[in-house]
Structure formats: structure tokens, C-alpha cells
Design a protein around this ligand. Structure first.
Ligand SMILES: Cc1cc2nc3c(=O)[nH]c(=O)nc-3n(C[C@H](O)[C@H](O)[C@H](O)COP(=O)(O)OP(=O)(O)OC[C@H]3O[C@@H](n4cnc5c(N)ncnc54)[C@H](O)[C@@H]3O)c2cc1C
Length: 410
């Protein structure tokens, strides 16, 4: 009997397995496919130290109206999915108000602040330095007012959380980024963020590291996992296995799995798309074209363009309208070249209404642990919240751990 099953082999599950293993536990990772093939594969690959504050739901009528009538490329929505998510969205809206948002950011900023330091030993041990760039992340603005607001916010983030940045005129940033075809209004360069040229490969490298240290990764669907008299059993591709405890790290699939155990987890499912482009010139560093809601980053397959949020059902067919609109709008700024022909990827950001990942013991199952709901920043936070989960397991108590605990959250 193993000590732990970790269900889910994305960045969050693999990081959990490594953290448990480092404490001497015998761990089996279960996944219906292989490590790093889902959300942790197709994201923008930024290790987001600048994300000291989570994405709030805008509360001003103007922005909500723009979302509602499809005037913004940041968000698209379908009626059926939005109605289904309405209770979670309502809570998300309420918690985006200034006061709760400040409280939430006080926890969130602590995750962002240590993210690179928590990735670094894993990057080193998994020989993944070649996948990492430490050039920061740029937000490019085309509009003077939003640039001015961003510059003010950047100063505030430095003051409040120590997130450092440079604010540059469009002319000055263009000198640093030869790939730009025209001069933006301005740029905020977040200095401490890192980027990864292949997020799936990094997750897989962490998975190989776990295996090289004696861990097992075995194919198994969550439907085959059941509670047994003394722990958990799984009917896997390699036969029946048992473990004393289980960590649920299924990202956007966690609520579906947990329903069977009587947990109804409110989640906001924010789908995003990516496309790769055979661009003539690589980027100095990734940038977000803020007004067009797309991020461009040089990756192993070309420039990867990733989109904002589509509020659609998990099983909705691909409809990459934001990718098409975003790349069209981006093309005056960047020569993208031919689109790489590949099946259309999409993935879902598993967002909790209170914007914080869920890290802790299942309220009614003492041998089950929750580790999911990392929303926009799970690639960043996986190793950090894995360490925090270990702290919870060790009986530590503090304000940060309480804010991430599943207790009283659903
Ligand atoms: C377009 C886009 C861009 C993003 N950019 C960034 C970024 O730049 N930086 C950042 O930090 N984050 C980013 N994110 C968010 C980040 O990708 C996610 O928060 C993170 O990948 C979640 O990791 P996870 O391990 O929880 O989930 P996943 O990576 O999805 O892993 C879940 C695992 O569970 C497995 N699974 C699912 N169902 C079952 C089942 N029934 N049985 C067994 N196994 C199952 C899957 O196969 C998968 O391996 C982005 C997301 C999107 C969509």
C-alpha cells in the first residue's frame, strides 16, 4: 500500500508528488493520460511573480457592458454556461469589491512572491534551465489612459508587495524589442517574472524527476478510484492499487470528481485558447497586448499566442474566436507569419470565486486532501502551494493556510 495517491498530473499534481516525496512519502500519481498534457501544457508559460493580485471581476458597469455585448476580446461567454455558473460568478463579483479583494490579495501576493524561488530547485534538479528565461514580462498599452493607470498601479504594487517594474515609453520599448512593427503608447516591464518556452515539457520534466527519485506515475481514470475500508483503491492500467491517503489535484476536473463524495464545488471555468505562429523573429520577452487581450511568447513551436477567458461549458466545442480576433488585431504590432497547423488546443483555468486556490484537508474525509482551483496562475503557483499543503499536513496553522483551507468555502 502506498502512502499517497495524487490524482492529476498537471503542474499542481506533479509538484504535490515531488513535495510529498521529498518528505519521504511513498507516492503514486494517477492520471487518465500522462503528465502535463492538459491545462499545464497549453498555457502562456509565465511564472508570474507580478501577479500579486488575482484577476478580479470588473465591477464597473462600462466594462461589464462591454463584456456583455462582446465589445472586449478579454471575455466571451455563452448563455447556458454563464447561467450554470451564475452562483459562482455572483460570489466572484461580490468578492471583487475593494475590501474583500484586499484581504484576498494579502494571501495571493504571498504565493506570487515565492513562486520563482519554489520553482528554482525543481528547474535545476530536472535539468530544465534551457526552458526558462528570466527576462520578465511586458504589458504593452495602445491607449494613453490605460497606460497611465497601469503605470500608477505598477508603483502601487512595488510599494505594497515589492513587485518591481520599469515603465517605458512606447519609443523606448520598441528599441528593446526589434520584433515590434509599430510603436505602442507605452510598456510596463515586470522585472521579476520568468517565462517558460514549453510549459508542458517543464511539467513533464518535473514528472521525470519524481520518477527518477522512485515515484510512480500510473494511468488511471478518477472514475476508477474509490474509498476503501482503510484508505483508497484505484483500478489502474497496472492493476488494483491502494493508498492510505489521496490528494485531489485535478484542476478544472476536480468539481466533477468530488461530486461523487458529496462536495459541490463552485468553480468559474475560464477557457483559453492558444495558437502557434512561425514568426520571422523571436521576442525578447513575452508581452501582453492589453487592449486586445492576447499574450505573445516565443516558445519551442513558434510564437504562442494565448487568449483571455471564454465562459463556456467544459465540454463545449472549440470556438477560437478570441484567438482569431486577437491575432488579427496583434498583427499590426507583430509579424506573426504562418499559423502552425495543429489540432486546436484549449484549456480551462480552474477559478474559485474567491480567487484563491484550495489547499487543505477535505472537510468530511480525513484521508482526502484538496489541491486545485489555481485559476489564472497554477503554472506559477504549483510548487508553492504544494509546499503549503505539506505545511497543512504537518499541522501548521497561520493566516495564509487558513485563507486557502477548504473549510467554510463551499
Ligand atoms: C490560455 C491559458 C493561459 C494560461 N497562462 C498561464 C500562465 O502564463 N501562468 C500561469 O501560472 N498559469 C497560466 N494559466 C493557468 C494554468 O495553466 C493552470 O492554473 C494550471 O495549469 C492548472 O494546473 P493543474 O495541475 O491544476 O491542472 P491541469 O494541468 O489541467 O492538470 C489536471 C490533470 O488532471 C487529469 N485528469 C482530469 N480528469 C481526470 C480524471 N477523470 N481521471 C484522471 N485524471 C484526470 C488531466 O489529465 C490533467 O493531467 C493559463 C491557463 C490558460 C487556459
Amino acid at each position: 500500500m502506498a502512502e499517497f495517491f495524487v490524482l492529476g498530473a498537471g503542474m499542481v499534481g506533479i509538484s504535490t508528488a515531488l513535495a510529498l516525496q521529498a518528505k519521504g512519502h511513498d507516492v503514486v500519481v494517477l492520471d487518465r493520460t500522462s503528465p502535463g498534457l492538459e491545462t499545464s501544457y497549453g498555457n502562456a508559460g509565465i511564472i508570474q511573480t507580478e501577479a500579486a493580485e488575482p484577476y478580479a471581476l470588473p465591477r464597473d458597469i462600462g466594462t461589464l457592458f462591454k463584456y456583455g455585448v462582446g465589445l472586449s476580446n478579454d471575455v466571451v461567454w455563452s448563455l447556458g454556461a454563464t447561467l450554470k455558473m451564475a452562483p459562482a460568478l455572483w460570489r466572484y463579483l461580490k468578492l471583487s469589491a475593494d475590501k474583500p479583494y484586499q484581504r484576498i490579495s494579502a494571501s495571493y501576493s504571498q504565493l506570487a512572491a515565492r513562486a520563482t524561488a519554489d520553482h528554482q530547485p525543481l528547474i535545476e534538479a530536472s535539468n530544465s534551465e534551457h526552458l526558462i528565461r528570466r527576462e520578465g514580462l511586458v504589458m504593452l498599452y495602445r491607449d494613453q489612459q490605460s497606460f497611465d493607470e497601469a503605470a500608477t498601479r505598477a508603483q502601487r504594487l512595488d510599494r505594497e508587495y515589492g513587485v518591481t517594474s520599469r515603465t517605458l515609453s512606447g519609443e523606448d520599448y520598441r528599441k528593446e524589442e526589434p520584433a515590434l512593427l509599430k510603436t505602442p503608447t507605452g510598456a510596463v516591464h515586470w522585472l521579476q517574472s520568468w517565462s517558460c518556452s514549453d510549459p508542458g515539457a517543464l511539467t513533464q520534466a518535473y514528472g521525470k524527476l519524481f520518477q527518477s527519485r522512485g515515484g510512480r506515475i500510473i494511468q488511471c481514470d478518477g472514475a476508477q478510484v474509490t474509498q476503501a475500508a482503510h484508505g483508497w483503491q484505484a483500478n489502474t492500467a497496472e492493476g488494483l492499487l491502494t493508498a492510505e491517503q489521496i490528494v485531489v489535484a485535478l484542476g478544472p476536473w476536480a468539481p466533477a470528481f468530488l461530486q461523487r463524495f458529496g462536495y459541490f464545488i463552485p468553480m468559474v471555468y475560464k477557457r483559453g485558447y492558444h495558437g502557434h505562429y512561425d514568426a520571422p523573429m523571436a521576442l525578447t520577452r513575452p508581452f501582453l497586448d492589453v487592449e486586445n487581450g492576447v499574450l505573445a511568447s516565443s516558445m519551442t513551436k513558434g510564437i504562442r499566442v494565448t487568449t483571455g477567458a471564454a465562459l463556456v461549458k467544459m465540454d463545449a466545442k472549440a470556438n477560437p474566436v478570441q484567438l482569431e480576433r486577437g491575432t488579427k488585431a496583434l498583427s499590426d504590432m507583430l509579424a506573426l507569419g504562418q499559423k502552425v497547423q495543429e489540432p486546436q488546443w484549449f484549456g480551462t483555468r480552474p477559478c474559485m470565486p474567491d480567487m484563491l486556490p484550495v489547499v487543505g484537508q477535505a472537510p468530511r474525509h480525513p484521508t482526502m486532501w484538496f489541491h486545485f482551483g489555481h485559476g489564472h496562475q497554477g503554472f506559477t503557483q504549483g510548487p508553492t502551494t504544494a509546499e503549503l499543503l505539506l505545511d497543512v499536513m504537518a499541522g501548521e496553522q497561520n493566516d495564509l493556510l487558513s485563507s486557502l483551507s477548504p473549510d467554510d468555502r463551499f
